[in-house]
Design a protein around this ligand. Structure first.
Ligand code: BGC
Length: 512
């Protein structure tokens, strides 16, 4: 078997031969590629605000509107429990998780750019439909199209960024996706704050402005080069080599190009990448990258903190400005944290961030549970001091998530898989992430209602479990060239048994 196969450690020696400069062409591609995140972020950020606008509720959810105002006096854990509205929010994630599988074959056969362009078109139409909605059907169809946009964008963008970057800075570059996601959330919240005062159609503007990131991404998708990995995968060798030389800023790309070609040769032999994903030899990457990390990212409880923060801020007495303050504070924490992670993740590594930030997040969840247990519920209001303490806890938690599970929840899966199953794997990553995003969005408020402060203890327990998982089972991937990651599993105390057996499996299927 040519180098690059399992059991052949020879390639690792070639990595030091990779040459690169940070070129303008590379920076341009990355910035445009990363804009895909702003589409995702705008959506994450916009729904919460819009679903709490009275004009919007009166038009589409009159019952909810009445309930909202009838319940104003309530201050306990169940105040915001309403399945109808959360279903409106989560429907987008359900659409995203299904569409991402269609995205997989386009990303693989037509390239990463094609998926980015398709995603932006669907997102554009969805945003227009939403802004013009006359009835609930238009609203839901719009949401579904937005979900399709996200399914495509989140499938292709992380791959695009990971493949474009030289191994040494791959972590930082991939995190541009998270950075633009967080900026998208921030912008959406600011927009909501402004449109809330425009009666009775401000919500249309909020939903409609999503066309802006969609247009930018569409144009960017047309102008950007395809990744060399994808061009090789499509058999466009000359073009691939040209792009690689241009992106790396040097004609000396032999070593890296050979690795790409070899990885692609192996990929050609694979007829059904989804089936291949389940093979024993891919078990480590599958379990870590496609199942555990995307699910755990959501089970940290980050999104429920983001969504619930406005309520806490209201208790603080910020009144109608509460959601603005909370979203600005949490979005700023997210952006800051992403920057920290971007600058240091290729230096200190992925494991270090997962573990130290995990400890911080664990402590924050326990602290939140304790103060809520002592001072909230059964008609008790939070005192000012306790509320300030909670705001600090939220800030620290978000800062922790934002430098670890947030960005790494997308980065690590995108760099784990061999080329032959990378696109298929990324679909499973998006799918699992979206399932858990939807579940948390759908059930957090009802769980809060029943488990009360216990929900935060539950998240603390989950964070402990996921940190142990990282500690024992995730090998460090920093600065390892993407086509050589699989070698890490051959020497891993636990995973090596799967990979070694995988050799036999691979050869038997090749000889069959
Ligand atoms: C997550 C989202 C989250 C966002 C901001 C992303 O990485 O996938 O669910 O809302 O970060 O925290």
């Amino acid at each position: 078997m040519a180098g690059g196969g399992f059991g052949d450690g020879g390639n690792l020696k070639r990595a030091h031969l990779y040459e690169y400069k940070i070129t303008g062409y590379f920076i341009f591609s990355c910035i445009v590629g990363a804009l895909g995140g702003s589409l995702f972020g705008y959506d994450l950020g916009v729904s919460g605000g819009v679903t709490s606008m009275d004009d919007f509720l009166k038009e589409f959810f009159p019952n909810v509107y009445e309930r909202k105002h009838a319940h104003l006096a309530e201050t306990d854990y169940c105040k915001y429990d309403d399945q109808m509205l959360t279903l409106f929010t989560s429907s987008l994630y359900f659409a995203a998780l299904i569409s991402t599988f269609f995205a997989s074959s386009i990303t693989k056969n037509k390239g990463r750019r094609a998926s980015i362009v398709v995603g932006s078109i669907s997102f554009f139409i969805g945003a227009v439909l939403n802004a013009a909605s006359l009835n609930i059907y238009m609203l839901i169809i719009g949401r579904i199209l937005l979900g399709v946009g996200i399914g495509f964008g989140n499938q292709a963008v992380p791959l695009y960024l990971s493949e474009m970057s030289p191994a040494k800075v791959r972590g930082a570059v991939n995190q541009l996706f998270q950075l633009t996601t967080c900026l998208g959330i921030l912008v959406a919240n600011l927009v909501n704050y402004a449109t809330e005062r425009i009666h009775p159609w401000g919500w249309r503007l909020s939903l409609g402005l999503a066309v802006v990131p969609a247009i930018v991404m569409f144009i960017g998708g047309l102008l950007c080069p395809e990744t060399p990995n994808s061009l090789v995968e499509q058999g466009k060798m000359e073009e691939a080599r040209k792009v690689l030389e241009r992106v790396r800023g040097t004609p000396n790309v032999d070593a890296e190009f050979e690795d790409l070609v070899e990885a692609s040769r192996e990929a050609q032999a694979i007829k059904n990448p989804f089936q291949n994903l389940l093979l024993r030899k891919n078990r480590p990457q599958f379990v870590i990258g496609a199942l555990a990390i995307p699910a755990f990212q959501q089970l940290t409880g980050n999104n429920s903190i983001l969504f619930y923060a406005p309520v806490l801020f209201q208790t603080l007495g910020f009144g109608s400005a509460a959601s603005l303050y909370s979203s600005v504070i949490t979005s700023i924490a997210l952006v800051l944290a992403t920057l920290i992670s971007m600058f240091y993740v290729d230096k200190f590594g992925r494991r270090a961030f997962f573990l130290e930030a995990g400890a911080e997040m664990f402590l924050c969840m326990v602290a939140a549970a304790i103060v809520l247990a002592l001072g909230f519920g059964d008609g008790k209001q939070l005192s000012f001091g306790v509320s300030v303490f909670l705001v600090i806890v939220i800030f620290l938690f978000v800062l922790g998530f934002g430098r670890s599970w947030g960005p790494l929840g997308w980065l690590v899966p995108s760099e784990l898989f061999p080329l032959e199953i990378r696109s298929a794997a990324q679909s499973v990553v998006v799918c699992v992430n979206m399932i858990f995003t939807a579940i948390v969005a759908q059930f957090f408020l009802v769980s809060l209602c029943h488990l009360k402060y216990g929900i935060f203890l539950l998240f603390a327990g989950l964070i402990l479990v996921m940190s142990l998982f990282i500690f024992f089972l995730l090998p460090e991937t920093k600065q390892v060239p993407i086509e050589e990651i699989y070698l890490l599993f051959e020497n891993h105390w636990f995973w090596k048994r799967y990979v070694t057996d995988g050799n036999q499996e691979r050869s038997s299927s090749e000889h069959a």
